[in-house]
Design a protein around this ligand. Structure first.
Ligand SMILES: C[S@@+](CC[C@H](N)C(=O)[O-])C[C@H]1O[C@@H](n2cnc3c(N)ncnc32)[C@H](O)[C@@H]1O
Length: 337
């Protein structure tokens, strides 16, 4: 369905052949067992994307952009919009494709602005765990990364990423950015003894979905080269609140096991507890880069994401609380070495 040959070859050349073989086996297995569902629809939409050469690109602007409206005629623009809308919802972005503004639910440039000053990605090999549709991966390339590998099990997001990449390919190379339709757990771990050696690993918006947060952090640690660094972003609660050190919404039957209408939110710690977990997993030199409460500028419904969004996740009478009565979403960014 998607061609990862140039990624595998590039890993081989970098002396990471065992890693290439291991992910190839998992990716082949994923596609061999793919249940159809919406996939034929996404595939048809992807194949119908007009073949237009973008004249320019920008991976450093707020909207990741490929080409402009002058590169494409009206009929092709209409087809482009139709194809991109067939792979909705667009949760992460924004993107500007040949003049079409994809106004995503999340204004991801805001998080990028909060973390960009804390990282140096020049010539780095980067892993982005739970990368969504790869908006941040493009920003990482724009910040000088030489190769970015994303993993995310949601194939819809891989289609979104590949749709954007189709128009960026003259400017970014095929091996420089790829999303594998896998989970973190599919990547080699310490028991496998297969070296992966990324310079920088991102895990943003994933930790709270993991039942065993320290295991996730240990696995992230394993993916790093010596002196590599982790950028971790996750939900936190304030210290000294009625909730103590740790919220465990997925265990609370009285609140339907939901947090801001999300299932599978297993842990929302205080920053102090999170730092303990990170140290336990083997990291040192931990820096709190940012703590921000999510607002309606950053997360909202749009014509490209028509389902419930932050507005509906919060208590209408008290936006400091989720509809379940928990503290409203607040996120920390940690840099860990
Ligand atoms: C809240 S989104 C965050 C997306 C992006 N990293 C960001 O910060 O905006 C979480 C993403 O992690 C993916 N995900 C969930 N569990 C995962 C796992 N075990 N391994 C890899 N990705 C996972 C989901 O499919 C989803 O796209």
């Amino acid at each position: 369905m998607f061609d990862y040959t140039s990624l595998y070859q590039s890993l081989q050349k970098q002396g990471l052949g065992d890693f290439a073989d291991s992910i190839k086996e998992k990716v082949d297995d994923y596609f061999a067992h793919l249940k159809h569902g919406d996939v034929p629809k996404w595939q048809a939409a992807f194949s119908a994307l007009p073949s237009v050469q973008a004249s320019t690109y920008n991976l450093q602007s707020e909207a990741v952009s490929a080409g402009s409206a002058t590169d494409i005629n009206d009929a092709d623009t209409q087809q482009l919009v139709e194809s991109l809308k067939a792979i909705m919802p667009w949760r992460k972005g924004p993107f500007n494709v040949l003049g079409v503004q994809v106004d995503s639910e999340w204004q991801c440039q805001l998080k990028w602005q909060r973390l960009a000053e804390h990282i140096d990605l020049q010539d780095k090999r980067v892993l982005d765990v739970g990368c969504g549709n790869g908006y941040y991966m493009y920003r990482m390339l724009g910040a000088g990364a030489k190769q970015v590998v994303g993993v995310d099990p949601m194939l819809r997001f891989v289609f979104q990423f590949e749709a954007i990449k189709k128009y960026l390919l003259p400017f970014v190379t095929a091996e420089s950015a790829n999303i594998l339709p896998l989970t973190m757990q599919d990547l080699p771990n310490a028991a496998s003894k297969i070296r992966i050696d990324f310079d920088t690993v991102f895990s943003m918006g994933v930790l709270y979905h993991r039942r065993d947060p320290v295991e996730h952090l240990q696995h992230l640690h394993y993916c790093l080269a010596d002196k590599g660094e982790l950028l971790l972003e996750t939900l936190v609660i304030d210290a000294g609140s009625e909730w103590g050190e740790l919220l465990e919404p997925a265990k609370d039957i009285s609140r339907n096991k939901r947090y801001a209408m999300m299932g599978n939110v297993w842990n929302v710690p205080t920053v102090a507890l999170l730092e303990q977990w990170v140290k336990q997993a083997g990291f040192s030199q931990i820096k709190v880069c940012d703590i921000s409460t999510t607002n309606f500028e950053e997360q909202r419904g749009t014509e490209w994401m028509v389902f419930h969004s932050l507005q509906e996740f919060l208590n209408p009478d008290n936006p400091q609380e989720t509809v379940e009565g928990y503290p409203a979403p607040k996120r920390v960014i940690l840099r860990c070495q």
